[in-house]
Design a binder for this molecule. Sequence first.
Ligand SMILES: Nc1ncnc2c1ncn2[C@@H]1O[C@H](COP(=O)(O)OP(=O)(O)O)[C@@H](O)[C@H]1O
Ligand SMILES: [Mg+2]
Length: 248
Amino acid sequence: MLSVLNVTKRFGGLTALDNCTINVEKKEICGLIGPNGSGKSTLFNVITGYYPSDNGEIIYNETHIESMAPYDIINMGISRTFQLPNLFKKMTLMENMLIASKAQKGEDIWRAWFGSGVKQQDYDNYNKAMDLLEFFNLVQLRNEYANSISFGQQKLLELARALMTDPEILLLDEPTGGINPVVVNKIIKSIKEMRDRSITFLIIEHNMSVVSRLCDRVYVLDHGKNIAMGTPDEVKTNEQVIEAYLGV
Ligand SMILES: Nc1ncnc2c1ncn2[C@@H]1O[C@H](COP(=O)(O)OP(=O)(O)O)[C@@H](O)[C@H]1O
Ligand SMILES: [Mg+2]
């Protein structure tokens, strides 16, 4: 479904991704792990069009997306969350949800012009936002400002917001980072339910117990290079992986 082939990304003299290759299959929960600074977030930024890559190919459902803009990549069905929640803090939860709705490309101007359809679209988006906020236990907080809710709730809101564009694949950057075990369990359960509804996942996760509970398969990066791939149990016992983490 999503193939990253031999992608290299340099920042000046630093090679953040070095010939990196990964393949995500439809409906799988694929993990991406590696020590700090190994290039995981950079890989997300390159896939989603935030940074151009220096080399390599990114193919999504048979379409080359390596030169596409972030907005067009979202419209292809790829959505993401950030390592630190990237919300509009002075907007309400509901406003954050609605602002993420997929624009109806090429149509909105005409719909507005003729005064038809727009209201129906807004109404659909509002209902979708309500359903998603409900799914993540946030519906009671919908009129609160995003900066007034807990860090864990902000992570949930980001996840809910990423679903507003009807993604086929979701890239989550450390969805359980810095949050309490109750919310971690809620997130794990939600991700599994979403997968059962046919959403595919690529997840950066540093907590190995979460990886074991969640992921079908895991890629391991070190200094921007692929060093291992396999089931969580396989990579946990892989010598190169142990070395990368322990720095021996
Ligand atoms: N925008 C940037 N400019 C310069 N260097 C960057 C930038 N983004 C990431 N890097 C560097 O690239 C390397 C990989 O970073 P990152 O992808 O954030 O790692 P990870 O998410 O695995 O912790 C790090 O050395 C980091 O400092
Ligand atoms: Mg990171």
